[in-house]
Structure formats: C-alpha cells, structure tokens
Design a protein around this ligand. Structure first.
Ligand code: HSE
Length: 398
C-alpha cells in the first residue's frame, strides 16, 4: 500500500482523488501496489464531500507522518507551495505536482534535492495539462538533438482566439465568457499576457536541453492587444492567429519566445482550436512529432498527475531520471530571431512599405489603413526599417 497526501483540494486535487478512486484497479495494476489518499491539506472544510474526514489544515500532520510516501501538490503558485514541497522532499517523500510556477521558479533546486534524497519529483501536468509531453521529452526523444519546440500551451488564450475568429467577437467580450466558463485562472493576466505560456516553454526547453532556463529571459507578449481588425486580416489571408511558446536552436544559439503568430493552413498548429493544446518537437534525426490534447481541465490534468504517482511507485528506490542541471542556458533576445511580420499602418504612413523589399501589400480590409507582410528578417532589422513610423499592429507571420 502506498499512502499519499494531496496539498490543495481544488479542481486538480479533487480530480486526483477521483482518478485514484474511479480507476482504482487500473492505477494499482499499473503501479504494482494499491494507492490510497490518506490526507488532504486545504484551508477550507468540505462538509458532505466523500473525503471530508481526510482534510487537515495543518501541514505538519503530513510532513511528519512517516507513512506518507508521496505528496501531491496541486495548490498552484509558489507560496506556500515551494516551502511545502521542499520540506516534503527533505523529509524523504516523493512529490508529484501540476504547478508550472513552482517548477519554472524552483525546478533546478527541487530536482537536486530529490536526487540527493533519492526520491522523485515529477511534474508532467505542469505543461499541457493531460498531454503526455514531459515524459516523452525525458524518456523517448533522447537520441536526438532537439532543434525546436513550438506549442499552443495555454487553453484560455486559444479559446479566446478561436472564439474571436469564429464569432467575430471582441477580445473583451470573449475574455468575459472564458472567465464565466472557468477557463481563465483567478487572475487572467497570467493567461492573456503569456506568462503561463512563458513558464511552460521554459520547462519544456529546460527538459529538452537538460539545463536550467530562466523564464525571465524569455521575451513574452500575450494576446491582450489582438483586435477584431487583426482577425479580419487573418481571415482574408486564410490564417489563424495563435499564441505560441517556442524555443529553437540556430547556429549553436538558443532562442525562446512567447508571441502571437499568424499561422498558415499547412502549419500543424493551425487547426488546434478551443481549449486544446498542442506541441510540436523537432529532433535532428526524428523530424517533427506532435502532441495534442486537453491542456487544462480537472480529469485530464489529474490523469497526468496520477501517471506521475504510478511512475513514482514503480521506480521506488531508483535514481530520479530527469536530466536538468543547474547550468543556466543563455537565451538570446528575440530581437535577433528571424520571422516574417504582418503589419498594419495608417494610410498616411503607407510609404514605409517601400523600405521592405518584396513586402506583400493587403488593402481593403479596414478603411484608412494598409496591411503588409514582410519577407523574413529579424525584429531588430524590422524596427530599423520602420524608422519613426508607429504601426497599428505587428504580428509574427509563420
Ligand atoms: N490557465 C491554464 C490554461 C491552465 O488556460 O491553459 C492550465 O495550465
């Protein structure tokens, strides 16, 4: 019997209890041992809930209980999650978490402690919700040099962009709907400004290259200034606007970026819509592989956490198999990353297009302005050519 405690009985934490109960035989069969939730930490009480008797408000009861082998952290945020997780690992307990902020901020240190204590620290659900992506990165795509990772990593923003495209609705209206449906996190800033995607691409990149990536080094732009007019241009061009997190190795340098992109129909990420996520990984031998599924949601995310619990039980006593050293990877500025750019300017500024050799002009979408698409150039070169002109909007164009 493996006894576990859950920290945080919200959407994901209660989902973990549900998966363990409803898939009891599958879970114990795959783990080779019965798994039992014996304690749940939360500030709240849950009268009438089937697990109400397991609830405690005191973390000491969990961290000092020698019978608890695995701590599941589904609280989110770093305070007090970091302190709780660190103490659990130091006490010789394995930890499985869905918390991307925790992993992006403290992954290097927590992995090192887990290795020192010969316990596990797994975090599959922190990126892509239920999509198996971290396990393939650390155990399957290991004979390759990863050339690039590109993903739609945030369900809320993908839902908003899909709705804006399909219904012609404004950003503000669709954001309100996303909040009503419970997709957006308590503070939507993390989703819409790309911070959530930034932490996820930092984790993916760290795992792909086996070293620390500071998420603060990744230039991040969200979707809050995407308008119905941008959508109208995308439609005319047969494109979809998607928020991408990407990292790419070029000439020995590592680039990483979070930014909206206008994607062509032939792009694997073009038709990923609604709250779904997808990630493409390109290996130098493997070529492109793609992972697709529910990037958020109670059961899907909990399923990934329970898979980590199963792996922890199966690998009890073995060394933690995560290659993620404290060596910090240098992330180049995205100003040096080449792309094509879609640009809108006022009609009175349209002469700037002549500075962009071979640019494709788009007219007749919004009155009083002109759109154009540049050839591939770095953002630095792009702004130099724009000179003093202020564009109405600029979106990377893949
Ligand atoms: N707010 C996140 C999303 C939840 O919308 O994708 C999953 O990390």
């Amino acid at each position: 019997m493996t006894k576990i405690a859950i920290l945080g009985y919200g959407t994901i934490g209660s989902g973990v209890a549900k998966v363990i109960k409803e898939n009891k035989n599958i879970v114990s069969g795959n783990a080779g041992d019965d798994i039992e939730v014996v304690k749940i930490l939360d500030l709240r009480d849950f009268p009438g809930d089937e697990n109400e008797k397991l609830v405690t408000h005191d973390y000491e009861e969990i961290v000092s209980d020698p019978e608890i082998d695995i701590v599941v952290e589904t609280m989110g945020g770093t305070k007090p999650a970091f302190d709780f997780v660190k103490r659990a690992l130091l006490a010789g307990k394995s930890v499985c978490t869905s918390n991307k902020a925790l992993v992006a901020d403290h992954g290097t240190e927590l992995i090192q402690i887990a290795k020192d204590k010969n316990v596990k620290f797994y975090f599959e659900a922190s990126v892509g919700g239920g999509i198996p992506i971290l396990r393939p990165l650390r155990t399957c795509i290991v004979a390759d040099e990863v050339e690039s990772i590109r993903g739609i990593l945030n369900g809320t923003t993908n839902f908003i962009l899909t709705k804006m495209d399909r219904d012609g609705a404004s950003y503000e209206d669709v954001l309100k709907e996303a909040q009503k449906l419970g997709y957006a996190e308590a503070d939507p800033t993390a989703d819409v400004e790309g911070h959530d995607t930034c932490r996820k691409i930092a984790i993916l990149t760290a795992l792909a290259y086996g070293a620390q990536v500071d998420f603060q080094d990744i230039d991040t732009k969200g979707i809050s200034d995407i308008t119905s007019e941008d959508m109208a241009y995308a439609k005319k061009l047969g494109r979809q606007i998607k928020l991408l997190g990407l990292s790419r190795r070029e000439n020995g340098k590592l680039y990483a970026l979070v930014s909206p992109y206008m994607l062509d129909e032939s792009d694997a990420l073009y038709s990923v819509s609604g709250v779904f996520n997808a990630i493409t990984v390109k290996g130098n031998m493997l070529g492109d592989v793609m992972f697709y599924g529910q990037g958020a949601g109670k059961e899907a995310t909990a399923s990934a956490v329970v898979t980590d619990i199963i792996e922890t039980v199966k690998k009890r006593g073995q060394k933690l198999d995560i290659n993620w050293s404290a060596d910090k990877l240098t992330v180049e500025s995205s100003d040096k990353l080449s792309d094509r750019f879609f640009v809108r300017v006022k009609e009175s500024d349209a002469d700037v297009i002549t500075a962009f050799n071979g640019a494709e002009r788009i007219e007749g979408v919004v009155s009083g302005e002109v759109g154009f698409i540049t050839k591939s150039l770095t953002y630095e070169e792009f702004t130099a050519k724009l000179g003093a002109k202020t564009p109405i909007s600029v979106i990377r164009y893949a």
